[in-house]
Every structure is written in structure tokens, then in C-alpha cells.
Design a protein. Structure first.
Length: 464
């Protein structure tokens, strides 16, 4: 049986933006991929820090083979050692600029992560997150090459330093922040397994080989258009091809990922990352993944290396004007569905009465979907109050696991938030998330998910 997450550690992704303050209805294609021609410096040092404190209700697992042990979904990532901790969630520093006066039609974007989160948990202490060059020579077809965020859900695509919440929604945390696993983790991890690759991976909790962080290495063609008859509207597109294999990785299977994005925005006032407007958008991505699949249990389990399509798509809208901001999205996932941890336990932990190791696992041929609505209102010039409600449905084809039980799970979360803006570059955010899970036709999963605890989070964001 499988449930919620260590997506808690992967919740720490996104890219930073130089300009501070809240941002909704912003053209992230242009903000992250271009500089203002004729005025951008050769090199602008920039970055941001996000220290935080988080506390989760510390209920233990109520059922299953790991009953009484710590629950992954009630522990704090990335290490899952505690339900209450201070941490430096993100610490990013970068350089961006243009070749002016040599050639102001070429700009670059560079960013590295020094914080402790999903990006650095299984990688190096410092990880390169973004390194790209944009060529602005062709009207209507700017070309960007390198490693950078892929256009997708606004929740994930926007600059994380301007994100109005501390944690992502359940769907985004699990299905958009991709973990690349070597094995699917469906067969219980016992010492008598006959496949050496599977046994080596699962004995360590099936830690991911690479982390996507909503980024890819490849080439992108994009631009924004304003038509004479619609001067207050911007229409943007992006088409991209990438490796599809996580941060700082080459192509693993010779199959590329393909990304499409389109947005239309009515601009009210402002520019770049400080802009008021109403935007609608749609996006689609498709790729292929290789993974070692498993069926059965113990010495009789069978294993096959196989390929599966991975598709993600979504539609959404954002709005900002005056004291009000709002957003809504619907997203769908087909194939390579990240499925949490065996029994809801901490990856690598051994079950109570049997030699079974808890591990991350994947549903290669399943589906998932999720949606959210988000509303914020500035009650005072420096104080915003907000609420977000999200639903996440995982394993919606409801295929059967090795025990012949359906894998479908449903989650819902209401998050209440407040932000205090010290200035345009520094703010404090507090969130309280009320979480609930439903194991559908699995009584054990239901008992476990009944103890999914609330989450209190406090974070400071300082941009420089």
C-alpha cells in the first residue's frame, strides 16, 4: 500500500526573479528568458534567501506493516527526520545580463542552489539549477538554449521567490516536480528478491537517480506578440525540446521530451515581474521514461525493463488588480505517476514483523489529476490575507497493486495564509494547511490517511 510523500522535500523548487513583491498575471517566458534590450547590464549579481520554520502534527502510522512508526507525510523534508524544524529552504545566487554594448540581442541566465531541499538532497551540496543563453535575433522566434524551467503550470513555472505560498499543492509537488526512479517499487522489498538491480535500489528506499525540479536541458523557441487592434493584450507561445532526464543530466534513452505553451494576457499596468493583468494559459508536455517494472512478491517476483509515455497538461488563469489577486488551474497526468512511499513509512525503514523495506514507488501506467483555486486580498498596504483550496486525485484508473487492492487515493487541502511586506524585496509568510486523505476502497490506507496532520509554516523571503 502506498501513500503521500516525500514530495515534501521536492516542494523546494522553482527559480528566483530579481524584482521582488507579489506577482500574478506575469509573462514568465519573457521575465525568465530575456532582458530589456539596450538597458540590461553585462552582469547583474542577484539571488534570494528563504529561511523557514515548519511544524507538522506528529501522528504515527495508524495501520499497516509500519504501524506505530513515523509517517512520511507527517515528517519534514528533505531528510524526513523530524516533524518540527528550522531550515534554510532555499539559498540561491546567480548572475544574469546581456552582451551590451557588444551585442544586446544575446542575454544569459545563471542560478545555483545552496539550500537544503529536493534539489540538493541526493545531489551535491550546491547544484546548478539554471544556465541558459537566449538569442533575440529573429523577430517572433527568440531562441533559448541550456538548462532552464520548462513552461508549464503557473504554480510551478513562476519565480519561486515571488510565490505567494510556502508549499506547493499536492498535485504539483508529486506530479510536476519529477523524480527519476530506477525501479517502480511495486514489489515489496524483501531480501529474497532475485533481481540484483531492484534489490540494490529498494534496499536504500529507492532514492531517485535524478530530480527534475521543473527544468530540462534543451532548446526553446518562444516570443510574445502585441497586435495593433488589441494594444492591451499580449499573446505568447513556446515550443521546446529537451532531454527529459532531470537536473544536470544527459539524455538517458535517446527519446526527447516535447513542450508546448500558449498564453493570452490583458495587461492593466506595470511591467515585467511587477505587473497587473488577467492571463489565461494552456500547456502540454510529452516524453518517454525507462524503468524496471516488477510484478509479484518474493522469490517468485518478475522484473522487466520497459518504456512508458509520460504526459502532463493543464489549463489555468491568473488575475491581479489593485488589492485583489486570484488564480485557478486544472492539471492532468498520464503515465509515470509518482506514488509516495510504501505504507506511508519513511523510505528505508523496516516493517515491524516482516523484513520489508519501505521505498518510493511509481505507477508507470496510471493517471492522476488535480486542481486548485487561490484568492488573496490586501487588507492593508503591507498585509495580505489569502486562502487556497486544492484537490489531488492519484491512481485514477484504480489499477490493482500486488495485493489485489486498488491504488486510487484522493487528497484535499485548505491552506490559509498571510503575508507581511517589509519592503519590495523582503516579506514574511505564514501558512496553515488543513489536510485530508481518502484511501478509497482500501481500509488500511483509510486508517493511515485519517492521521494526515495539519501543517504550520513560517518563512522569510529576502531578495538581493
Amino acid at each position: 500500500m502506498n501513500i503521500f510523500k516525500k514530495s515534501l522535500c521536492a516542494i523546494a523548487v522553482g527559480s528566483g526573479i530579481l524584482i521582488a513583491g507579489q506577482a500574478q498575471a506575469v509573462n514568465w517566458l519573457m521575465v525568465q528568458g530575456t532582458e530589456e534590450q539596450g538597458s540590461a547590464p553585462r552582469a547583474k549579481l542577484w539571488g534570494f534567501l528563504q529561511p523557514q520554520y515548519e511544524r507538522k502534527q506528529n501522528d504515527k502510522l495508524a495501520d499497516g506493516p509500519w504501524k506505530g512508526q513515523d509517517a512520511a507525510f507527517n515528517s519534514i523534508g528533505p531528510n524526513l527526520d523530524s516533524n518540527s524544524q528550522f531550515q534554510l529552504r532555499r539559498a540561491r545566487i546567480g548572475v544574469r545580463g546581456a552582451g551590451f554594448p557588444l551585442d544586446d540581442k544575446i542575454n544569459y541566465f545563471f542560478l545555483a542552489e545552496f539550500g537544503k531541499n529536493g534539489i540538493t538532497e541526493y545531489g551535491d551540496a550546491v547544484e546548478l539549477t539554471d544556465a541558459s543563453v537566449t538569442f533575440n535575433h529573429i523577430k517572433g522566434a527568440r531562441v533559448r538554449v541550456g538548462q532552464f524551467k520548462t513552461p508549464m503550470s503557473e504554480e510551478v513555472y513562476q519565480g519561486i521567490a515571488l510565490f505567494d505560498w510556502i508549499n506547493f499543492t499536492g498535485y504539483a509537488a508529486q506530479q510536476l516536480l519529477e523524480r527519476h526512479l530506477a525501479v517502480d517499487g511495486q514489489t515489496p522489498c524483501t531480501p529474497n528478491l532475485t533481481n540484483a538491480k531492484y534489490l540494490e535500489a529498494c534496499a536504500k528506499g529507492n532514492e531517485w537517480e535524478a530530480f527534475g525540479a521543473a527544468r530540462d536541458t534543451g532548446i526553446q523557441v518562444f516570443d510574445t506578440f502585441v497586435f495593433e487592434s488589441m494594444q492591451d493584450w499580449e499573446f505568447s507561445y513556446s515550443a521546446m525540446v529537451g532531454n527529459g532526464n532531470g537536473l544536470n543530466q544527459g539524455d538517458k534513452n535517446n527519446n526527447k521530451d516535447y513542450y508546448l505553451y500558449f498564453s493570452a494576457e490583458q495587461v492593466y499596468d506595470g511591467k515585467r515581474a511587477r505587473r497587473n493583468g488577467w492571463k489565461t494559459y494552456a500547456w502540454y508536455t510529452k516524453g518517454t521514461r525507462e524503468i524496471l517494472t516488477s510484478k509479484g512478491k518474493g522469490a517468485g517476483a518478475t522484473f522487466v525493463e520497459d518504456e512508458f509515455d509520460r504526459k502532463r497538461w493543464g489549463i489555468g488563469t491568473t488575475y491581479r488588480k489593485g488589492k485583489i489577486r486570484a488564480a485557478a488551474e486544472y492539471n492532468k497526468a498520464e503515465g509515470m505517476i509518482f506514488n509516495g512511499v510504501t505504507g506511508g513509512a519513511i523510505p528505508g525503514n523496516i516493517a515491524n514483523n516482516v523484513p520489508v523495506t519501505a521505498q518510493f514507488n511509481m505507477l508507470p501506467d496510471e493517471e492522476a489529476d488535480g486542481w486548485y483555486v487561490d484568492f488573496g486580498y490586501k487588507v492593508l498596504p503591507k498585509i495580505e490575507l489569502a486562502a487556497r483550496y486544492d484537490r489531488y486525485n492519484r491512481g485514477t484508473k484504480n489499477t490493482l497493486d500486488v495485493n489485489g487492492i486498488g491504488v486510487e487515493r484522493k487528497y484535499k487541502t485548505l491552506t490559509l495564509g498571510a503575508q507581511y511586506f517589509f519592503n519590495k524585496k523582503t516579506r514574511a509568510t505564514v501558512n496553515y494547511a488543513i489536510r485530508d486523505g481518502d484511501g478509497q476502497d482500501n481500509n488500511t490506507a483509510d486508517n493511515i490517511l485519517d492521521d494526515m496532520g495539519d501543517v504550520l509554516s513560517f518563512q522569510v523571503t529576502a531578495i538581493f
